[in-house]
Ligand binder design. Structure first.
Ligand code: SAM
Length: 186
């Protein structure tokens, strides 16, 4: 079984879009408790690389490297980068903030996390790479979409059955990275 219901959202996206393939280098951001990591690891296989990061501790997953830390910390970003020395084909972020209950604050935090994932993509993605991000619809989402359009050829919106209850949550899959990664990973 999977550690989280979130696993079923990724399975549904995978079924439709086949975004995870053998041999890929994948960064799973906001990975705890590890449902997405459990889904991705066997799809990637031993010839690829899977790095999962979360500020919460998480049990190990076979064939994945787990990093515990907050992605707002430079040292954690550096650790992610070092764990993926050959570059990144896919960044997937299911990050969500701790909800304060103040809608405007929560929305701003959620968009900020999505922007942070985009920032990692702009720094590390290989040409043609992909970014999957959880987006809460509301203030800032349209601006985020404009930013994605600059660097990716195609953006598709996914609303998995498993996330129907959360009305404002969507997953955006940005495909075919056109930008030039700001940091070369050799
Ligand atoms: N995809 C996961 C799964 O399948 O099990 C579920 C992820 S859960 C919806 C969102 C996660 O984002 C939480 O575990 C939370 O700790 C993490 N998160 C939020 N902000 C973070 C940050 N600044 N740094 C690292 N992780 C963060």
């Amino acid at each position: 079984g999977y550690r989280s219901r979130a696993a079923y959202k990724l399975l549904e996206i995978q079924e439709k879009d086949r975004l995870i393939r053998p041999g890929m280098r994948v960064l799973d951001v906001g990975a705890a408790p590890g449902g997405w990591t459990q889904v991705a690891a066997p799809l990637i296989g031993r010839n690829g690389r899977l790095v999962a990061v979360d500020r919460l501790a998480m049990d190990p997953v076979a064939d994945a490297t787990v990093i515990c830390g907050d992605v707002y910390e430079d040292a954690v970003i550096a650790a992610c980068r070092e764990a993926l020395p050959e570059g990144v084909d896919l960044i997937m972020s299911d990050m969500a903030p701790n909800m304060s209950g103040i809608a405007s604050v929560d929305q701003a935090r959620a968009i900020d996390l999505a922007e942070l994932a985009l920032d990692m993509a702009q720094r590390w993605l290989r040409p043609g790479g992909s970014l999957l991000i959880k987006v809460f619809m509301g203030t800032g989402a349209e601006e985020l979409r404009r930013a994605l359009r600059k660097d990716f050829k195609k953006i598709v919106v996914r609303k998995p059955e498993a996330s129907r209850a959360r009305s404002t949550e969507q997953y955006w899959l940005a495909l075919d990275f056109q930008g030039v990664a700001q940091e070369r990973l050799d």
